[in-house]
Ligand binder design. Structure first.
Ligand code: OAD
Length: 443
């Protein structure tokens, strides 16, 4: 925020992101990240200039004739360093540049890891307007969570039946306990590990880039095999405890809808009715040709991928893939059809296991009313500008910094729903349709 005060030219919407064009794709990068890169570049330039200056004055002085013989000796001593001194100076400068360059690379890597990618060509990327709590009447603010934004307050509202249209938003952090890595966690996140397994990727996000896939489908197909992303259910992984929160809320008839960015298919494996789920980034339950759009037999596509082949369309021989939304593709229609009403009707928003780095999904958190409480359960902190956690007048945002499983368990316990929740999660015995199928064929 300090930065914004210092740059009066920036208006409210410009505060948040800067659009940067990589080839033909517009990607939004948060201003601090852009500033960080720009700062690093500036540092390098300055260091470069400084190092040049350290060498140049000596050379310049050397070129200047002096009229005083006594001083000349002195000057020459300063102005004409010995060859060893010159080499040492140059090495110093090169070292400094090298250090700065490494720093820049590190900062750039961090920045890339924190890219706000834009999934969904047609959705555009509406700019966020930073929320000002003081624009809400004080009495109204007090009524949201009794002036005490805590998990306890939210659980009291749930217990008392105050919330009837709960919307849940989830991301990859929901499935890490099942053994599926998330994307952006610094050590184990896919975007870090992919860099090692596929050094040929220009940037790790390319694995979900449509034009890259058309040219180089192997990395995605390998990932698909490893995480079993293609087909109904998931044969390799089971839902986590946190996945069952949506089912519990559905059983209590207070779940308006769960919006997930996840493509692992685990939400439905819990038994959550399909109409209560929006897979915002698509999923592997269906597949189609990326050239002609022809729907494919998903199990056939899966078979080819599992046999290390590249699935081809019977109609046009184009490459096929599961209907996971890639960068450069449109989001599923269902997302656009349902989000407006769902977020308008939402009376409690629960966000779990997502860094909220990808638009338009991350902007949904601003689509609920100003008097609606928002609970975030996440291991790491989330972009400040999306919530009021750090605002002294925060009246509606609760941050539960924990794993999704632990946070959900705590919420459920506070609501007094421990035993009904335990029943649901206990029934989680080989829930995946494919696991079941595998078991049957074994008999
Ligand atoms: P990210 O990897 O960006 O964020 C996952 C978040 O979950 C991070 O903030 C982690 O700290 C947190 N986390 C990890 N394990 C957790 C746990 N057990 N409990 C609680 N929090 C945990 O993943 P997403 O936000 O889902 O696109 O990423 C969004 C999209 O970016 C994905 O849908 C994907 C990617 O490009 C596609 O798949 C097309």
């Amino acid at each position: 925020m300090e930065k914004d005060k210092a740059s009066p030219k920036r208006n409210d919407t410009e505060k948040l992101t800067k659009q940067v064009s990589f080839s033909d794709e517009i990607i939004e990068i948060p201003i601090p990240v852009v500033d960080q890169i720009e700062q690093s570049s500036a540092d390098i330039t300055n260091e470069w200039k400084a190092s040049k200056k350290r060498i140049e004055p000596a050379a310049a002085k050397n070129a200047e004739p002096s009229s005083k013989p006594g001083e000349k000796v002195q000057e020459e001593k300063e102005a004409t360093p010995s060859t060893e001194e010159k080499v040492a100076q140059s090495l110093d400068s090169l070292n400094a540049i090298d250090i700065m360059w490494k720093k820049f690379q590190n900062d750039f890597d961090k920045a890339i890891g924190g890219l706000v990618g834009s999934i969904g060509k047609s959705m555009g990327s509406p700019q966020l307007v930073i929320e000002d709590p003081e624009s809400v009447n004080e009495q109204d603010r007090l009524e949201v969570l009794n002036g005490n934004p805590t998990l306890e307050q939210i659980s009291m509202g749930l217990k008392s039946g105050r919330y009837k249209n709960v919307v849940v938003m989830t991301g990859a952090g929901m499935s890490t306990a099942a053994g599926i890595p998330d994307f952006r966690s610094p050590d184990k996140g896919l975007y870090t590990t992919l860099k090692k397994s596929y050094p040929e990727l220009n940037r790790p996000e390319d694995i979900f880039d449509l034009s890259y896939y058309k040219e180089t489908p192997e990395p995605f197909c390998k990932l698909c095999r490893e995480l079993d992303l293609c087909g109904v259910g998931n044969a390799n992984y089971k839902p986590t405890k946190a996945h069952y929160l949506s089912l519990l809320l559905a059983k209590k008839k207070i779940l308006r809808r769960t919006y997930t960015q996840n493509i692992d298919g685990l939400d439905l494996v819990t038994g959550l009715p399909q109409e209560l789920l929006v897979e915002a980034h698509g999923g592997g339950r269906s597949a189609s040709c990326v050239e002609c759009g022809e729907a494919q037999d998903v199990e056939q596509v899966r078979k080819v991928i599992n046999e290390k082949g590249i699935p081809r369309c019977a109609k046009c021989s184009g490459i096929c893939k599961p209907d996971i939304t890639f960068f450069g593709e449109e989001l599923p229609k269902r997302f656009a059809e349902l989000k407006e009403d769902d977020f308008c009707e939402c009376d409690l928003l629960i966000v779990m296991g997502t860094s909220l780095q990808v638009v338009p999904f991350c902007h949904l958190v601003a689509d609920v009313g100003r008097l609606i409480p928002r609970l975030v359960i996440n291991l790491s902190e989330i972009r400040d500008e999306l919530f009021l956690f750090k605002h002294e007048k925060n009246y509606r945002d609760v941050f539960e910094k924990s794993t999704c499983d632990a946070g959900v368990q705590r919420l459920v316990d506070l609501c007094g729903w421990k035993s009904s929740f335990a029943k649901l999660t206990k029934s989680n015995v080989e829930k995946s349709p494919r696991l079941k199928r595998k078991k049957k064929t074994k008999k």
